[in-house]
Design a protein around this ligand. Structure first.
Ligand code: UN1
Length: 503
């Protein structure tokens, strides 16, 4: 039987990753699928981190001068290389993050999509021309490259989040230094190898446009603290964001923070319940509840509660849980034992707060080293206790409501503000949910779940989610600096605001 370690090594070799970085080192990495060790990585240190940032700084000086559409050509090549590597990279995501093959491939597709988007963007880094009050003058704004971009990513989207940042950063004229989660270093080395292929075909890019730092929180902290990093784009828990945000602000650096989510769905009396059932099932159980967009709270109108919730409980009881590489299971492993323990602690707190728990128990897959759990649906009397917190596991808290205004208030009561959805065919409810008085999240959906956002829209959320936006729309502006230019083409020197200063 081929071990997962051997499979991972094969994939890395095919993609051209440097074996010196993932063999014989002191940092073990494990597959959540079986719990087995898949690599022994060589961690970075404070010194190698400093050196990488210095090299990125040198790359910036050259890359910022390359015309943006030419920079887009590099990202076009990256998209081509990702298409060629899709099966391998998707399989590595499954090994390292425990995703089903379909979800692993879907994540790589998200990378390809953002590359396509960024290529178009490379000819559309528009500024404005603005009316000026002075005759014979012109005012405009120009967007310039920002500097070195530090990317800190989480285990659950080990490759897509890097690509959202890197595709945009590269067309915007910035090099990237990436500190992936210590739980998913191999996929990071694989992405670097794929980009290296694109760089080789591109030909004349400066060295060190993209680098990967392997290590734990200390390496991340060194990246965050470094004055040479203009922007830190960090994805992870709100707890992590509370450390990263102030540290970067203290040196007047810029951040894009993508932190926790406590995403809810609201099922109204007019909802298409068959559709809602499927959307909720994927939103709450997909990726074993380990997306920042996972649906964690569900408010169901009391007139449809009995028509929907028993069916949901049934789906929770029957959904397939198991090894995503050897079975067709829809629900794969939790990332590690700590995640399983956190799930159990939350379920215990829910019981103590009056909740009725369906599911949530450990599912045996023939080894103690991997942690699989049946997704849990918890009927709660109210929104209290663990419902107010994000637990990164497949737990859906279900609550009844009767009054629409009241449920909107409850919806917005939690700290996080990432994603949300409403299931209704009532125009008034739908528009109210999307209005200024509705969902306070960065993502608000109608008749689809909370997860699975497309790259064309800006991705991110408000409040304790951190306020950052990545990916589509005008998120690129976060990776550039804006200059306002006023040009006098007259023979006079009128001062703004009518000020007179004649010497
Ligand atoms: C994340 O969980 O960090 O919207 C990102 C989604 C995916 C991205 C999730 N496109 O579910």
């Amino acid at each position: 039987m081929t071990t997962l370690a051997a499979k991972a090594t094969d994939i890395l070799a095919r993609l051209g990753a440097d074996p010196a970085r993932h063999t014989g080192g002191s940092m073990a990495s494990f597959s959540p699928v079986t719990g087995e060790q898949v690599a022994a990585l060589v961690p970075d240190t404070a010194d190698t981190t400093d050196a990488a940032i210095a090299r990125a700084g040198a790359a910036f000086l050259a890359w910022r001068l390359v015309p943006a559409p030419r920079r887009g050509e590099l990202v076009r090549l990256l998209g081509e290389e990702l298409r060629a590597a899709k099966a391998d990279l998707g399989a590595l995501v499954s090994i390292e993050a425990g995703k089903s093959p379909s979800e692993g491939a879907g994540e790589v597709q998200e990378m390809i999509d953002i590359c396509d988007f960024a290529v178009g963007l490379s000819r559309q880094l528009y500024g404005l021309t603005i009316a000026t009050e002075r005759p014979g003058h012109r005012m405009m704004e120009t967007w310039h490259p920002l500097g070195v971009v530090g990317v800190i990513s989480a285990f659950n989207f080990p490759v897509a989040v890097w690509s959202w940042n890197t595709a945009l950063a590269l067309v915007c004229g910035n090099p990237v230094v990436w500190k992936p989660s210590e739980k998913t270093p191999l996929t990071a080395l694989a992405c670097q190898a794929v980009l290296d292929k694109a760089l080789a075909r591109f030909g004349d890019a400066p060295a060190d446009l993209s680098q990967v730092l392997i290590g734990g929180a200390d390496v991340g902290a060194a990246l965050v603290a470094h004055k040479g990093v203009a922007l830190i784009s960090a994805t992870g828990s709100t707890r992590m964001g509370r450390q990263v945000g102030p540290a970067v602000a203290a040196r007047f650096g810029r951040t894009i923070l993508e932190l926790g989510g406590n995403n809810a769905g609201i099922v109204c009396p007019s909802a298409d319940l068959d559709m809602a059932l499927r959307a909720i099932a994927f939103g709450a159980m997909g990726t074993a509840g380990q997306r920042c967009t996972t649906m964690r709270r569900l408010f169901v109108h009391d007139s449809v509660y009995d028509a929907l919730v028993p069916r949901l409980i049934k789906a929770y009881g029957s959904v397939s849980v198991g090894n995503p590489l050897e079975t067709q299971a829809l629900v794969g492993p939790l990332v590690d034992g700590a995640a399983f323990d956190a799930m159990q602690v939350a379920l215990e707190a829910a019981r103590a707060a009056g909740g009725t728990v369906h599911g949530g128990e450990r599912v045996s897959v023939g080894t103690d080293a991997a942690f699989y759990a049946r997704p849990a649906l918890v009927e709660m009397p109210d929104q209290l206790g663990p419902v107010l917190e994000e637990t990164f596991a497949p737990i859906l808290y279900v609550m009844k409501f009767s009054d629409f205004e009241g449920v909107l208030h409850k919806h917005n009561e939690v700290g996080a503000g990432l994603s949300s959805s409403i299931f209704t065919t009532d125009l008034r409810e739908m528009e109210t949910f999307l209005s200024a008085a509705g969902s306070d999240c960065g993502i608000a959906n109608v008749n689809i779940g909370t997860s699975g956002a497309e790259i064309g829209g800006a991705f991110g959320g408000e409040k304790e989610t951190g306020g950052g936006r990545e990916s589509g729309s005008d998120a690129w502006k976060g990776y550039m600096r804006r200059a306002t230019n006023t040009i006098n083409y007259s023979r006079a020197l009128p001062l703004a605001q009518g000020v007179v200063f004649d010497i």
